[in-house]
Design a binder for this molecule. Structure first.
Ligand code: KIV
Ligand code: ZN
Length: 385
C-alpha cells in the first residue's frame, strides 16, 4: 500500500543560514507562499530565538500561509521553546522542533555533558514544548555519527515524552546510504514505541550523499523528509527537495507518494535562486540549465527517435517546457536536421551533408551555434547552390 511521505521544507531555516542567503520578512513570505503553492506539508519558517527578525518572520509567515504546518526551531532550552511558541501564535497548525546533540562529539565536546543528562534534557524539552503545541518534533542532532543503541534510547524517551515526529539528522553528512538505512532500520526494530511517531530524515550533503541517504531512509521506514529547494544549506547543503520528489516519482516501487505539485518545481527553484543570490550549477539534477539539454550526437539522435531513450522524466513534469537539442561541434546530423526543420528548411541527403560540413567548421570555431548562425549557414548554402 502507498503511504504518504511528508515533505518538510527547511529552505527558510537551514537553507537561509548560508552566508549571503539571508532574506528579509517580506522575501520570506514570498518564498513561503511559493512553497505552499508547491504543496509542501511543513514549512520550517525559522529559529525565533536567534534574532528579532527571525521571530518576526515566523509570525508573518504564520499569518500569510494556511495549508502547510508552520514549524519553529528551538534548542532544548526553555527560553527557546517559549519564544518559538510565541512566534507560532498565529499559525493555524504550529509545530515546535526541539532537540539536542546525541553523538559522542556533541555530548562531550559541545554540550560538555553526559549521555544520561542529555536524555533528561531531551525529555524535559519535549514535555515543555507540549505545554504549548500538540505537534512536537524531536531532533537528535548528529545522529549520523551517534551510537545506535544510545540513539534508540533517546528516541524512545522523546516519544514517551510526547514527540510526534523523531528527526534523525545526518548533521555532518557523514553516513553512506547503507549506514543511514541501517540506522533507520535499527530504530524501527529496537524502539518499542516507534509506531507512535513519524521518523524523519534530515541529511546534509558533505559527501554528496544527501539524496541517496534520504531515499535509503525512506526505503527503510522514514515517512518525513527534510529538504531544501536547490539543496541549499549549511556547508555543502541539505537534501534537495526536487531530487527526492522526482526520485520517488520515477521509482514506483518505493511505496510512498508526495503531495508536491511537481510542475511548480522549476519556477520555485528559480525564485529561490534569485532571491537568495545562489546560482544553480548548470548540471544540477532536475533544475540545472543542462538537466534536459542533449548535446552529443549519439544522445541527440536517440532522443529525437524516442524521448525516453535518454530521458527518465518528462521535462513538463518539473515545469520545464521542453528538452533542448543543443548545437555544438559534438552534435550530429540528426540534431542539425531537426533544427533546420524548425527553421522551415527541411534538408536531407547530399544537401544535409553539405550544410553539415559547413556547420562543423563553424561549430569548431564557435562554442554554441544559435538560430542566427544557422540562418547564415542556410543563406550561404542557398547562394552557392
Ligand atoms: O542538521 C541538523 O542537525 C539540524 C538540526 C537543527 C535539525 O539542522
Ligand atoms: Zn541541518
Amino acid at each position: 500500500m502507498m503511504e504518504k511521505l511528508w515533505i518538510f521544507d527547511t529552505t527558510l531555516r537551514d537553507g537561509e543560514q548560508v552566508p549571503g542567503c539571508q532574506l528579509d520578512s517580506f522575501e520570506k513570505i514570498i518564498v513561503a507562499q511559493a512553497l505552499e503553492r508547491l504543496g509542501v506539508d511543513i514549512i520550517e519558517a525559522g529559529f525565533p530565538i536567534s534574532s528579532p527578525g527571525d521571530f518576526n518572520s515566523v509570525v508573518e509567515i504564520s499569518k500569510a500561509v494556511s495549508d502547510p504546518i508552520i514549524c519553529a526551531l528551538s534548542r532544548a532550552v526553555e527560553k527557546d521553546i517559549e519564544v518559538a511558541a510565541d512566534a507560532l501564535k498565529y499559525a493555524k497548525r504550529g509545530r515546535i522542533h526541539t532537540g539536542i546533540g546525541v553523538s559522542e562529539y556533541h555530548i562531550l565536546h559541545k554540550l560538555r555533558s553526559t549521555p544520561e543528562k542529555v536524555i533528561e534534557r531531551a525529555v524535559h524539552a519535549v514535555k515543555f514544548a507540549k505545554r504549548y503545541v500538540e505537534d512536537v518534533e524531536f531532533y537528535a542532532e548528529d545522529a549520523g555519527r551517534a551510537d545506535n543503541e544510545y540513539l534508540a534510547r533517546i528516541v524512545e524517551a522523546a516519544i514517551h515524552a510526547g514527540a510526534t515526529v523523531v528527526n534523525i539528522p545526518d548533521t555532518t553528512g557523514y553516513c553512506l546510504p547503507e549506514q543511514y538505512a541501517q540506522k533507520i532500520k535499527f530504530l524501527k526494530e529496537n524502539v518499542s514505541n516507534i509506531h507512535k511517531a513519524i521518523i524523519a530524515t534530515h541529511c546534509h550533503n558533505d559527501l554528496g550523499m544527501a539524496t541517496a541517504n534520504t531515499i535509503a531512509g525512506v526505503q527503510h521506514g522514514a515517512r518525513q523528509v527534510e529538504v531544501t529547494i536547490n539543496g541549499i544549506g549549511e556547508r555543502a547543503g541539505n537534501t534537495s527537495l526536487e531530487e527526492v520528489v522526482m526520485a520517488i516519482k520515477c521509482h514506483s516501487d518505493i511505496p510512498v507518494f508526495t503531495s508536491i505539485n511537481t510542475p511548480k518545481i522549476y519556477e520555485t527553484s528559480r525564485l529561490i535562486s534569485k532571491l537568495m543570490n545562489m546560482p544553480i550549477q548548470p548540471n544540477k539534477a532536475i533544475v540545472g540549465r543542462n538537466a534536459f539539454a542533449h548535446s552529443s550526437g549519439i544522445h541527440q539522435d536517440g532522443v529525437l527517435k524516442h524521448r525516453e531513450n535518454y530521458e527518465i522524466m518528462d521535462p513538463k513534469d518539473v515545469g520545464v517546457e521542453e528538452s533542448s537539442i543543443v548545437l555544438t561541434a559534438r552534435s550530429g546530423r540528426a540534431a542539425l536536421k531537426h533544427h533546420l526543420q524548425l527553421l522551415g528548411f527541411p534538408c536531407e541527403g547530399d544537401k544535409l551533408e553539405l550544410v553539415y560540413n559547413d556547420f562543423l567548421k563553424l561549430a569548431d570555431a564557435k562554442r554554441d551555434i544559435g538560430r542566427k548562425d544557422l540562418l547564415q549557414l542556410v543563406g550561404e548554402y542557398l547562394e552557392d547552390n
